[in-house]
Ligand binder design. Structure first.
Ligand code: CO
Length: 134
């Protein structure tokens, strides 16, 4: 059911510093920062040949990644995003298998303007999973 790895997301305390690590130390191509107030994050995408790395910094009060950063002050891997062809079909199949879909279970528009859902880490080997319809 899942297709390509769309991105791996890393939460960071300082997006400028993290961007410099990827751009200058690792020599990667990175995007300009994009503020997504409706998601409570600012993002930078690192473009790799076969996938992307999404750097996430909290934005505003009540950011959904603020708690993660409190538990991991240096930052850390936050989620993996897999592509699916039909997010509603994927959700219904996973719910039928007993997997927990986070939030109200309805897809939201993600950082790439496409429908996304998040799946409970306890059901997926301790890793938060994002599904993105492509
Ligand atoms: Co993501």
């Amino acid at each position: 059911m899942i297709g390509r790895l769309n991105h791996v997301a890393i939460v960071v305390p300082d997006l400028g510093a993290a961007s410099a690590v990827y751009r200058d130390t690792l020599g990667a191509t990175i995007s300009a920062p994009a503020a997504l107030p409706e998601h409570g994050v600012t993002t930078v995408f690192v473009e790799l040949d076969n996938t992307k790395i999404e750097l996430l910094e909290p934005l505003g009060d009540g950011s959904p990644i603020a708690g993660f950063l409190e538990r991991n002050p240096a930052g850390g891997m936050h989620h993996v995003c897999y592509e699916v062809d039909d997010i509603i079909a994927a959700r219904d199949r996973l719910a039928g298998e007993g997997a927990r879909v986070l939030g109200d279970g309805e897809p939201r528009t993600g950082a790439h303007g496409k429908p996304v859902l998040f799946l409970h880490p306890k059901d997926f080997c301790g890793t938060l999973v994002e599904l993105e319809q492509v």
